[in-house]
Design a protein around this ligand. Structure first.
Ligand code: FEO
Length: 397
């Protein structure tokens, strides 16, 4: 299937309705995704990105319906990750000498993955490629989100091909942002930012400022996943600027994992204490053992403070909490407050371990979290409720 974006540009990608996880099991794609590839037919023809490898045969078959492959003058790979470069092997079998434009790091990643001596043309920020009427300008976008990432600006039609930036894992029959359910779209966009781009927020801000300083008109932003930003395209750029600045909402999230409901009882008491004494804040309680971990990360992203609790097991913490802590550390959240809690029956290390984990992750941690031996009694629950409320009073309000 192809979709005509304008007289020169066609979407020739793949919609992956079935995909439920991405990056192995690291990212849940509950609404599927798309791998957006774009064909520009001017006096010269350029293909921007391909699709994930399992779809490569269909991709090439469909592409042949749109164009004689021999007429493709240039292939541009904005980012070598396999969800965008995965169609190359199939394509290059047909047109092996076609030049592949990418960054220097793009060459490294493509050579490393495919071990082919293709005709690479290395480009850097400011380099251009004239297609006839239109000129493409390359803009390196290191660490948004890989060292090889790049964007392309197409003049006259004023299109930014942004690759992963501004994308969403969101399968849709509609191509444009104004045609889809807005709450779904923004939920997928913020989840994408929170889970993938958070560690690179300072670079996001810098790159966007660099792009804005060029004063180029932008009529459309075509990312490599999800829908195209056509209606007020800069709204997602403005949104990214907000997200990049240590984003927070008036939210506190209480995360817990529990063996026999005791740690859950502490979580509920902490939550109640905050709800009762800080009604201006939204409070969410999440059992991390049953929740979608990427949704949990999105809630952490939105929070001013998190409380994290686990029962103690084998002198450690429960496994979902441990996995989540690893994700939180990697995402390098800034300007957030953390506190720990947990019940135990014998040794009781969980609170200390969580506090240390949150400190390593860059949280401002209120130490001496709530430890409860066995089942919390009324006094323990009062202490928990007071702890939640007090931390918020001292550290936020
Ligand atoms: Fe969509 Fe970084 O690949």
């Amino acid at each position: 299937m192809a979709f005509e974006i304008n007289d020169y540009v066609k979407w020739v990608g793949t919609i992956d309705w079935e995909l439920k996880t991405f990056h192995g099991e690291e990212y849940s794609t509950n609404r599927g995704t798309s791998y957006n590839s774009y064909l520009i037919e001017d006096e010269k023809t350029a293909l921007i990105d391909t699709v994930w490898a399992p779809f490569s045969k269909d991709f090439v078959k469909n592409l042949k319906k749109e164009i004689d492959l021999q007429k493709i003058d240039y292939i541009i790979i904005n980012h070598g990750e396999i969800d965008h470069s995965g169609g190359l092997m199939e394509l290059m079998n047909e047109i092996p000498d076609t030049p592949i434009y990418c960054t220097g790091n793009g060459v490294k990643s493509l050579k490393g993955q495919y071990h082919q001596d293709w005709n690479f043309v290395q480009v850097k920020t400011g380099d251009t490629l004239n297609l006839g009427k239109h000129t493409l300008t390359f803009v390196e976008a290191r660490m948004l989100h890989w060292p090889d990432s790049m964007m392309i600006y197409m003049d006259l039609d004023n299109i930014l091909f942004s690759n992963d930036a501004f994308g969403q894992h969101y399968a849709s029959s509609e191509m444009y942002n104004d045609s889809v359910d807005q709450s779904e779209l923004f939920q997928e966009a913020i989840k994408y930012y929170a889970n993938i781009l958070t560690p690179f927020s300072s670079l996001v801000e810098k790159k966007i400022n660099e792009l804005l300083s060029l004063n180029l008109p932008v009529d459309m932003i075509c990312p490599s996943h999800g829908v195209i930003w056509k209606e007020r395209p800069l709204q997602i750029v403005e949104q990214y600027m907000e997200w990049a600045k240590d984003y927070q909402e008036d939210q506190v999230t209480v995360l817990y994992e529990t063996m026999w409901e005791n740690t859950k009882k502490i979580a509920e008491a902490i939550g109640e204490g905050i709800m009762k004494n800080h009604p201006s804040l939204r409070v969410k309680l999440i059992n991390v053992a049953t929740a979608d971990k990427n949704d949990v990360i999105t809630e952490v992203f939105k929070s001013k403070a998190i409380f994290m609790g686990s029962s103690t097991i084998n002198n450690g913490i429960l496994s979902h909490t441990a996995g989540l802590m690893e994700m939180i550390k990697g995402l390098k959240f800034k300007n957030k407050i953390g506190a720990a809690f947990g019940s135990y029956g014998w040794s009781g290390e969980s609170v200390k371990l969580i506090e240390n984990g949150l400190i390593d992750a860059g949280f401002r941690v209120q130490k001496n979290g709530i430890k409860v031996l066995w089942t919390p009694n009324d006094e323990d629950l009062y202490r928990s409720s007071d702890f939640g409320s007090r931390i918020i009073s001292d550290m936020i309000e």
